[in-house]
Design a protein around this ligand. Structure first.
Ligand SMILES: Nc1ncnc2c1ncn2[C@@H]1O[C@H](COP(=O)(O)OP(=O)(O)OP(=O)(O)O)[C@@H](O)[C@H]1O
Length: 237
């Protein structure tokens, strides 16, 4: 299968009514691993993820995949901080995207049941997705993204407001996905989670990339006073 990676941002900026939200960003995301995007509130994490995924067009510079953009749509996915559930059952929420991409009904149902079990929702298959708890909805959102076997998965603080158990279950699913070859690009406020999951770290401050490189080096030898303070949990402005 053709890889859509690497993903390259070159001088990529995102502006809203003239105000710079993030950029210029110059990074290259290679074929494997987990990139964790860190930074204080408002530093541009969501804006960056949306621009890399293609939900927002760069106002300047460019974001380029290894293949034309339209060929990436089926091969990358995005999990939002607050997932949007269809007013349907858990099974239908999982099967529907597959049906839209032409998968036969029986196979879509089998894969839906398989993925519900992968995230611990096997007993909730016939429940309305909209009545699930926050943690259950986020697990469903993750399964709904992974069921299409994306090469790249963007996640915007998927565990914000979840308890320890739901966070652990989501992390286990993410670790398994990464081991199976899915490229993860994820923002988080949780430094413990960043340390557990990251292969590389992208640290943003005021919309600018302050650091981008191997996670180990970032945590062991923070590249700036702000990065050191941020890792310690101090307030960084
Ligand atoms: N649609 C928008 N319109 C105007 N300003 C926006 C919009 N989206 C984001 N911003 C601004 O862009 C900046 C970056 O926001 P962004 O949500 O990307 O940061 P973040 O690092 O994800 O923040 P948080 O950690 O609070 O989620 C902020 O100043 C924010 O107010």
């Amino acid at each position: 299968m053709t890889s859509i990676l690497p993903l390259r941002a070159e001088g990529a900026e995102l502006r809203f009514r003239g105000k710079l939200l993030v950029g210029p960003v110059d990074v290259s995301l290679g074929a494997k691993g987990v990139t964790i995007v860190l930074g204080p509130n408002g530093s541009g994490k969501t804006s960056l993820l949306r621009m890399l995924h293609g939900l927002e067009c760069p106002s300047a510079g460019q974001v380029r995949w290894a293949v034309p953009m339209h060929e990436t749509f089926e091969k990358q996915a995005f999990v939002f901080q607050s997932p949007i559930m269809m007013r349907r059952t858990v099974r239908d929420n999982l099967a529907y995207p597959l049906r839209l991409s032409g998968v036969a009904r029986a196979e879509a149902r089998d894969r839906a049941d398989h993925w519900a079990a992968r995230v611990g929702l096997q007993d909730a298959l016939d429940r309305q997705a909209t009545v699930l708890s926050g943690g259950e909805q986020q697990k469903l959102a993750l399964a709904r993204a992974l069921i299409r076997d994306p090469q790249v998965l963007f996640l915007d603080e998927p565990c914000a407001s979840l308890d320890g158990r739901a966070t652990r279950e989501i992390e286990e699913t993410l670790v398994a996905a990464a081991a199976a070859g899915t490229r993860l690009v994820m923002s988080t406020h949780d430094m413990g989670q960043a340390r557990r999951l990251a292969d590389e770290v992208l640290f943003l401050l005021h919309g600018k990339v302050q650091a981008f490189g191997p996670a180990r080096a970032f945590f062991d030898h923070p590249p700036s006073a702000q990065a050191r303070a941020f890792i310690k949990g101090d307030i960084v402005e």
